[in-house]
Design a protein around this ligand. Structure first.
Ligand code: UD1
Length: 345
């Protein structure tokens, strides 16, 4: 019998790509999403790619009764991938209670419901934000690098949620977890049927780049060119969203295996640090499109440089990032072109 996975936030950017990879690996998927930051059409895009329509329940994970009804409706559920969360760093500073409520209550509900419904494994979406700015001896970052005080309520919810899962398992709850710490997910599915749909003015680099190349934004500002990096701009580890999605399939197989640790942590990145300037110039080269950009002052709260040491994911999870930055940037551009074609941007 096929195993069924609950994907919270499954109509979002990473959730939708992960649903596709899970289906292609032979899992049945039930998506739970409150559509607060996504659209139900995404389910159509997933179905067009895989030929299988995932079950979809419009439910807010903070609503425990509604969530419990989903557990009861799908008794074959055996694992959860928990993406559903509010994720705008700036907004989290303005509305911290909203972020603590949404991001923490939804996890508490899942952890309370799992043992009651015999659901054993949960993969949690965490972020490299938990490492803050690692010191030079901790770059590239391994999973053992110190966790640093979060720079925003959003970042803090990731840390707190990691601790909640750890304490819950430590207390003897009959569940297992893998915590994936993502670096910077970018790009879109090669079919351009699903991708990232930012609300309003994008805060993240790649949507801003593609929208500027499209003429939707007048000018991209590269925040800061006086950092202690080779070209003075910040360094990140940009990971192709399809590669990231595949890491979840590996993590799910592993968490459901009775012989693996009850809790484990993996960095999901390429191991390649790339500067903002390099991203913009690579984008222009990969797509043959000009981006109107200028240098601007540093953005408050930005990390200077961080990139992953993905050895543990490579060796233990048996996962590796495969796409080149050039291919990845091309998928982001194709997605932007598709949005224009569909009249969405
Ligand atoms: C941000 C969040 C991080 C979150 C991640 C999700 C902050 C401080 N951190 O990471 O918590 O997990 O998104 O994807 O917001 N840049 C420009 N011009 C722009 C936009 C970005 O130069 O218009 C630069 C930034 O300064 C940064 C790089 O591009 O150096 C990447 O920025 P972004 O995509 O916002 O991601 P992070 O800041 O790494």
């Amino acid at each position: 019998m096929k195993q069924t996975i609950l994907v919270t936030g499954g109509t979002g950017f990473i959730g939708s790509h992960t649903t596709v990879e899970l289906q292609q690996a032979g899992y049945d998927v039930v998506i739970v999403d409150n559509l607060s930051n996504s659209n139900a059409d995404v389910v159509d895009g997933i179905e067009q790619i895989t030929g299988i329509r995932p079950a979809f329940e419009q439910v807010d994970c903070c609503d425990k009764a509604a969530l419990e009804a989903v557990f009861s409706k799908y008794p074959s559920l055996c694992g959860i991938i928990h993406f559903a969360a509010s994720k705008a760093v700036g907004e989290s500073v303005e509305k911290p209670l909203l972020y603590y409520r949404n991001n923490i209550l939804s996890l508490l509900n899942l952890l309370e419901l799992m043992p009651r419904h015999n659901v054993r494994g949960i993969i949690f979406s965490s972020s490299c934000t938990v490492y803050g700015q690692p010191s030079s001896q901790h770059l590239p970052v391994t999973e053992d690098a110190p966790i640093q005080t979060a720079c925003s309520p959003y970042g803090n919810t990731k840390q707190i949620n990691e601790e909640i899962i750890r304490d819950c398992i430590h207390s003897g709850s009959p569940i297992k977890s893998i915590i994936l710490r993502y670096f910077n997910p970018i790009g879109a599915h090669p079919t351009a049927l699903i991708g990232e749909l930012p609300n309003g003015v994008p805060m993240n680099l790649i949507p801003f780049v593609t929208q500027t190349a499209m003429g939707i934004r007048k000018e991209l500002k590269i925040f800061g060119n006086d950092y202690d990096t080779p070209d003075g701009t910040c360094i990140r580890d940009y990971i192709y969203v399809v590669d990231l999605a595949k890491a979840h399939v590996k993590a799910m197989e592993r968490v459901l295996d009775a012989h693996t640790p009850d809790i484990d942590y993996f960095n999901i990145g390429t191991g390649r640090g790339v500067s903002t300037y390099e991203v913009v110039t690579q984008f222009e080269k990969a797509t043959g499109t000009k981006v109107n950009w200028t240098y601007a002052p540093r953005r408050e709260g930005d990390i200077e440089k961080v990139w992953a040491n993905p050895d543990k994911a490579n060796n233990v999870l048996g996962w590796r990032a495969e796409a080149s930055l050039e291919e990845t940037l091309r998928t982001a551009w194709n997605w932007q072109l598709k949005l224009r074609e569909r009249g969405l941007m």
